[in-house]
Design a protein around this ligand. Structure first.
Ligand code: FAD
Length: 617
């Protein structure tokens, strides 16, 4: 459609206009001209180019670290170029098949007239452009007399996006969240970090925005940056207050301080659309008639008595509860809803001084990283290894276990935080603020675990994985000695299975750390895989293992340990009509963006089933 994508355009650090700039700068125009073999860069109209991605590349193979851009060139906008320039482009086209769409249309000859011919389809193109540039997903207002009622359980990314779509197409939506709105949730998290008071229903996992609010706010996703659903989610986040740079950055990041106001705007918009939002309210049970869900039982999540239970009738229930709602999983089983166990990953969180990671990744350029204020971003890393180990119990060569070990949820310039939802359990994760200016870099180092590992601990049933998590979260709490103190070990000691350093290096974790031998935490087979992988990571990132690298236990809630199965055509639970399991807790997403995309698609699927929408998903 007249748009040509130019990728891997490198711009030197000293020529780049800075990290918040995402227009087409002079330096970038020069690079574009170089790639196009276009003689005079200043003659190229900047408005013909749109930056679609910008990443920082400091791989050692390069002579000089560069920002790497991907740019879309709108050939129609090049029409403003004078005819002589067109001759040049025409020549280039004939030589290199540069303007591909013209060849596809089998039109050759005078470039100007072919482009004009091509413009006949401009109307369609501009209509499509209009649709794509819409910030918020638009639906059709439902004109019927009775609006279908939908209860959405959970206000994480998946629940919010499902609510948004459903409200826009005209459903009567009630959004139920066991945790508190961000204002109160911020105070509850403050009390946890300062006074060790864990609110069971308002913490790092539960509350407005879900697990992704007091997080690192990384918006990277493995489902594809150019995927139109991902772009819609990103544009919607921009509409609610995220900076436009997330549409372009190779590794977009928000940080907690930007997420909180964004969520307030999101809430305000949902309320304007008529969504009823009930914070501090938990769904305790489902109301089922025959094979169909007809409502939910809710209660005030701060009140432990049964006195305040209420029934809420509805046509559909969206279950967007995240992976820490273990009571909800049990409740589903009591209704025989199909829930099956699934593989996930467990491990430890490693923390280094950020300066050390900058030095490993950037060497000479490390000094340019001025606490996130300079052009060069604070360094991150991503490492992965396949480890084949003999089964430690049988020691049999024929019983080799292959495991994937990888870094996960890396937070440069961040801090380690407590993500427990029960005071007898201890688990951690990482968060950061938008500037990523803390002295620390942390990341989970995790190993895949499967049914074989659950069976080895005699854990059975669909919730075996949940029990597996709980076992090591309790063990970690005991090893830390209580009060949310985290057991830690230096990476050097962990590799050598010893505890030589009893006075451990400092950690960003605010509730205290205690030296412990983390070999005593997991089953041998998991520990050995971790040990092996850590030593391999040190080969890839020399200096990764040191006495300044501190391993923290335990990272268990990497993804859901269950799958709440759903039908691929209607998106309903495989055995309970009207129940829609979505997001991370149901095993259909991992991370903020993929959960949001799943919620958005589910919203359309439900709308279609309820007769509110007749388009494709
Ligand atoms: P959740 O966000 O978990 O939301 C579920 C919601 O449902 C919760 O608010 C919960 O209170 C509510 N709920 C549960 N049960 C009930 C019930 N019975 N009744 C009513 N409400 C209920 N991902 C990234 O992509 N980038 C990151 O940088 C990142 N950092 C993270 C940092 C931390 C500290 C944590 C914990 C997670 C991080 N994640 C990150 C993961 C990300 O937050 C999740 O993948 C994402 O939030 C999942 O979205 P969701 O909507 O499926 O579920």
């Amino acid at each position: 459609e007249g748009v040509w994508r130019l990728s891997r355009l490198g711009v030197c650090v000293h020529e780049d206009p800075g990290k918040d700039f995402w227009g087409v700068s002079e330096a970038l125009l020069k690079e574009i001209a170089r790639v196009l073999e276009f003689p005079v860069a200043s003659m190229l109209p900047p408005e013909a180019f749109t930056v679609v991605r910008k990443s920082f590349d400091a791989r050692k193979l390069q002579k000089e670290p560069k920002f790497v851009y991907t740019v879309d060139m709108d050939v129609r906008k090049l029409l403003s170029l004078e005819p002589r320039t067109w001759e040049f482009i025409s020549e280039l086209d004939q030589k290199a098949g540069f303007i591909e769409f013209l060849h596809h249309d089998s039109i050759s000859g005078d470039l100007m007239s072919t482009i004009r011919n091509h413009r006949k389809i401009d109307d369609t193109a501009s209509v499509r452009e209009e649709v794509h540039s819409n910030h918020v997903i638009r639906g059709y207002k439902f004109p019927a007399t009775r609006r279908p009622k939908v209860v959405v359980v959970g206000s994480g990314p998946s629940g919010l996006f499902a609510s948004l779509v459903l409200a826009e197409v005209g459903a009567e939506v009630t959004l139920i969240e066991r945790g508190q709105a961000v204002e109160q949730r911020g105070r509850d998290i403050g009390a946890l970090v300062v006074r060790r008071i864990l609110q069971l229903e308002s913490n790092f996992c539960f509350g407005e925005g879900g697990a992704g609010t007091w997080s690192d706010g990384k918006l990277v996703t493995r489902i594809g940056r150019n995927n139109s659903s991902v772009l819609t989610v990103m544009k919607t986040l921009v509409h609610f207050g995220a900076p436009c740079s997330i549409l372009v950055d190779g590794k977009p990041h928000l940080g907690t301080d930007r997420l909180v106001p964004l969520l307030r705007n999101f809430r305000g918009y949902l309320q304007e659309l008529g969504v009823t939002i009930r914070f501090g309210t938990r769904v305790d049970d489902l109301l089922v008639k025959g094979e169909h869900i007809v409502g939910v039982k809710i209660s005030d999540s701060r009140d432990l008595s049964d006195a305040c239970c209420q029934k809420l009738g509805c046509d559909a229930v969206v279950l967007a509860v995240g992976h820490s709602a273990r009571d909800t999983y049990h409740m589903l089983l009591s209704h025989n809803v199909d829930v099956v166990r699934k593989d996930f990953a467990v491990g430890l969180r490693i923390e280094h001084p950020q300066e050390l990671i900058n030095n490993i990744q950037y060497s000479g350029l490390a000094s340019e990283v001025q606490s996130g204020r300079g052009k060069v971003p604070v360094a991150d890393y991503q490492v992965a290894e396949y480890v084949n180990l003999r089964d430690a119990d049988t020691l049999s060569n024929s019983d080799l276990t292959s495991r994937s070990c990888y870094s996960f949820c890396m937070c440069p310039g961040g801090q380690v935080v407590l993500t427990s939802t029960d005071p007898s359990e201890l688990c951690i994760n990482g968060m950061s603020f938008s500037r990523r200016s803390s002295r620390w870099a942390n990341a989970a180092l995790v190993v895949t675990v499967s049914s074989k590992d659950f069976d080895a601990l005699n854990l059975s049933g669909p919730l075996a994985g949940v029990e597996f998590q709980r076992t090591f979260e309790r063990k970690a709490a005991l090893m830390g000695g209580g009060n949310f103190v985290v057991p830690v070990q230096t990476a050097t000691d962990f590799l050598e299975n010893r505890l030589s350093v009893t006075s451990v290096p400092p950690s960003s974790y605010r509730l205290g750390v205690k030296a412990a031998n983390l070999h005593k935490l997991f089953p041998v087979r998991v520990t050995e895989a971790l040990q092996h992988a850590v030593s391999m990571f040190d080969k890839e990132l020399p200096g990764f293992v040191s006495n300044n690298a501190l391993l923290h236990g335990v990272e268990t809630r990497t993804s859901s340990p269950v799958h709440i199965t759903r039908r691929s055509d209607t998106w309903e639970s495989t055995n309970l009509k009207g129940l829609y399991p979505i997001g991370e807790g149901a095993g259909y997403a991992g991370g903020i963006v993929s959960a949001a995309v799943d919620g958005m698609h589910a919203g359309f699927a439900i709308a279609r089933n309820l007769g509110l929408y007749d388009g494709s998903i």
